[in-house]
Design a protein around this ligand. Structure first.
Ligand SMILES: *Cc1c(COP(=O)(O)O)cnc(C)c1O
Length: 433
């Protein structure tokens, strides 16, 4: 699909939709209505849409609760005691891992803390954390507070890699030389898989390799990566990772999250961790003995019993991913974002001066479906007009509009219409000839 010559017409967009092998999936989601019409929903990177099956999945658990009470832990249709065990198989296809390396639990920021508790063990000589500048705020606060918890000063410890002056993405070479430069002092390198602001995808395999060369550990926050780009965490030798499920994974607001811990670490029961009964050896958990004995898989990091209602919503969505197949989704995702970039470039041709700047890397390997648009003039007004005209996009101060056409439910027609709406909005602001 990528090599074809795009056209900026409704007819052409509709033709692409007709050829789309995933087109039936849109009907499996509720599309929010604005002004009596289906909106152009480009905020799947913030809150993915609700699958129509979610209500049934959740209702089943409510029904089992009603019918069996506590006995549903053992006799429910999906017994709650082992409910989380349905996920590793499904998630391993999305993140490229072995089933023992993944567990669904808690929420993202708490999981980041749990992982840092295990993997950030600063020593006298090796104490630094290398991360991306402008990481998601919650991640910044997590890192800062972890450092303080160890009695250290974040200013001495946290090394941020920034884009160069006048650039918007971080150069891979700068990441690698920073890791090399801090070498023996580096304890952990932690990046987003995809930067939430610019949409830049980092080369996780190379970052992990370089990190290991200097003797440090490497982790990723995959909030904007899972369900969006190809991941091979096991083969890339990533040490640990975490994500949320409510963005591209469509599992509902505040939905249950997950972690990955590489095979080489999971069975190491000596690793320090914050422990809870759900991480305890399954055969003897209910002896309720003293002394924590962890499960020798990622499950050994669980604290609490499963939030089943939230997991049911997660399951509904992951079954749709199973049906669609991540490979197909990636192909369509590339085609959608390429079409979006093409449309934006067409609009740029009609401008008196440069107004739209794409800050997401144009190189296909360095982006997922998100395109971040830096508006050099009247950005907020254009954004407001988008909303009034049925486009749900996302505004980030000072001047960035983020749009994420997701392959499960967005169409090429959405992109064409978005182009027309943003053009009209810019014309109203006298930005277009
Ligand atoms: C969305 C997002 C979060 C949100 O954290 P929660 O704990 O789920 O509220 C954190 N980090 C990143 C990188 C995100 O994209």
């Amino acid at each position: 699909m990528n090599s074809i010559q795009f056209q900026n017409t409704l007819e052409f967009a509709k033709r692409l939709d007709e050829k789309d092998v995933l087109r039936s999936f849109r009907d499996q989601f509720y599309i929010p209505i604005i002004n009596g019409k289906q909106s152009i929903y480009f905020t799947g990177n913030s809150l993915g849409l609700q699958p129509k099956t979610t209500q049934d999945y959740v209702y089943n658990e409510l029904e089992d609760w009603a019918n069996y009470g506590v006995e549903a832990h053992f006799h429910g249709r999906n017994p709650w005691l082992s409910y989380h065990e349905i996920f590793p198989d499904k998630l391993s296809k999305l993140i490229g891992c072995l089933p023992e390396e993944v567990v669904v639990m808690n929420q993202l920021t708490i999981n980041l803390h749990l992982l840092l508790t295990t993997f950030y063990r600063p020593a006298k000589e090796r104490f630094k954390i290398i991360c991306e500048a402008k990481a998601f705020p919650s991640d910044q606060y997590a890192l800062e507070s972890q450092v303080k918890l160890h009695g250290l000063n974040p200013d001495d410890v946290i090394i941020e890699v920034s884009p160069r002056n006048g650039e918007h993405s971080i150069r891979q070479e700068d990441i690698l030389t920073t890791i090399e430069h801090h070498g023996k002092q580096t304890a952990v390198v932690i990046f987003g898989g995809v930067n939430y602001y610019s949409g830049q995808v980092f080369d996780m395999a190379t970052i992990a390799k370089k990190t290991h060369e200097v003797g440090a550990l490497c982790g990723f926050d995959l909030a904007h990566a899972i369900g969006n780009i190809e991941l091979q965490l096991h083969d890339w030798n990533v040490d640990f990772a975490c994500w949320c499920s409510y963005k591209y994974l469509n599992s509902g607001p505040g939905g249950v999250a997950g972690i990955f811990i590489h095979q080489q670490h999971v069975a190491n029961t000596e690793l320090p961790r914050l422990a809870g009964w759900w991480g305890y050896d399954k055969d003897t958990r209910f002896n309720m003995d003293k002394g924590f004995k962890p499960i020798p898989t990622a499950e050994g990091w669980q604290l609490s019993n499963a939030p089943v209602l939230s997991m049911a919503a997660h399951n509904a969505s992951l079954d749709i991913f199973e049906e669609a197949g991540m490979k197909n989704l990636l192909v369509k995702s590339k085609a959608l974002s390429n079409y979006l970039l093409y449309i934006l470039q067409e609009i740029n041709k009609d401008l008196k001066q440069k107004i739209i700047e794409i800050i997401t890397p144009l190189n296909e390997k360095e982006r997922g479906c998100q395109v971040s648009i830096l508006m050099l003039k009247n950005g907020k007004k254009v954004f407001e007009a988008l909303k009034k005209n049925g486009v749900l996009a996302d505004w980030r101060e000072p001047n960035v509009i983020r749009v994420a056409p997701v392959p499960l439910y967005n169409t090429f027609e959405d992109i064409y219409r978005f182009g027309e709406i943003i053009k009209t909005a810019m014309a109203a602001e006298q930005l277009i000839r």
